[in-house]
Design a binder for this molecule. Structure first.
Ligand code: RP5
Length: 192
């Protein structure tokens, strides 16, 4: 997928299908992190779009984007920002769609500032805040998929398959570790 950019332009993936998830970033520089959310949505065959907007640098653009999202058929918004990260909160203030916030570690505080700014919403305006950085971005994509799967049995099946693969990976990692430990044990003087 190309880097997102261009004035007022949204990169759209799944061209013939209705966009279900809108990924918004405070800066195009957030893309290397937010790409993780896009990759998860693609993995689950969810049509999405990516755009840049900023709560501080482009407040009107951000409000308009949030206002129009539901009318355009978007069902979940993912907002990633760093520093004094108000993007997810401002979007949540302007829409009834679920908003997932990704704190990005782009400042000298390594994302702790973005985490607190994203998670500490006042009562009445929730933002589902995930972990700082890459794991959070990937989890935002998975969480969006889980929300959409409530109304989509095929998507739910793809998510179940993904979780089964995660569990199989853990079992495989343990089997590999046990084999290594066994070799070490068999080679130790005490076992001879
Ligand atoms: C935030 O400020 C953005 O989300 C980004 O993480 C950070 C720095 O933005 P740039 O100055 O790199 O555009 O609003």
């Amino acid at each position: 997928m190309p880097s997102p950019g261009g004035k007022g332009r949204r990169i759209r993936v799944g061209s013939m299908a209705q966009v279900m998830v809108c990924i918004v970033m405070g800066s195009a520089n957030d893309w290397p992190i937010m790409q993780g959310a896009a990759e998860m949505l693609a993995r689950f065959h969810i049509p999405y779009e990516v755009t840049v907007s900023s709560a501080h640098r482009a407040p009107q653009r951000t409000a308009a984007l949030a206002h129009k999202a539901a009318r355009r058929g978007v069902q979940v918004l993912i907002a990633g920002a760093g520093g004094a990260a108000h993007l997810a909160g401002v979007i949540a203030a302007e829409t009834m769609l679920p908003v997932i916030g990704v704190p990005i570690d782009s400042s000298s505080l390594q994302g702790l500032d973005a985490l607190l700014a994203t998670v500490q919403m006042p009562q009445g305006v929730p933002v589902a805040t995930v972990a700082i950085g890459k794991a959070g971005a990937a989890n935002a994509g998975i969480l969006a998929a889980q929300i959409l799967a409530l109304q989509d049995p095929d998507l739910a099946a793809r998510l179940r398959q993904y979780k089964a693969e995660l569990a199989a990976g853990v079992a495989q990692a343990d089997a590999t570790l046990q084999a290594q430990l066994q070799v070490q044990h068999d080679g130790s003087p005490a076992s001879r």
